[in-house]
Design a protein around this ligand. Sequence first.
Ligand code: ADP
Length: 159
Amino acid sequence: MKRIVYPGTFDPIHNGHLDIARKAAELFDELILVLAVNQEKSPLFNDKERVDLIKESLLDVNNVRVDTFNGLVVDFVRSTESVAIIRGLRHVSDFEFEFQMAMMNFNLNPNVKSLFMMPDEKYIHLNSTVIKDVARLGGDISDYVPKCVQDALYKRYNV
Ligand code: ADP
């Protein structure tokens, strides 16, 4: 059983995240999307809302589960008997941060592998912050997020 963990804030999940998640679910027996609960970030959607949006967005994928975790991702990987962490890479600017994170995780637990995957070209420019800004101002975000996320954003911003 090869299980992989995809950690992130997912505030909210968008089509770039989903592209990585679907590809990882094809390559591994099981994918766990885990909301790394970070007290220093103040997300627009609370943990439960984000988990529910992820679940609804991936209803058609049957080897995925969604969880939240309050500690080190490497500890979550070990406790779920997963083999690796997967992260998305968009541009060179992601690389530096991801490289540092992967090295830190390697030092914390050398058994945990880090894998990186690029999304389809059409998702390269997507990030949750920009999508929230566009939604708040009433812009069309239907190409960037699933319907459930679009509805949740417009509702949250009273658009
Ligand atoms: P974090 O705060 O952990 O970076 P995010 O929810 O922003 O959380 O991102 C989670 C993961 O998804 C990261 O590996 C990030 O690089 C990746 N990611 C974010 N946006 C995209 C995108 N448009 N395409 C592919 N991967 C992405």
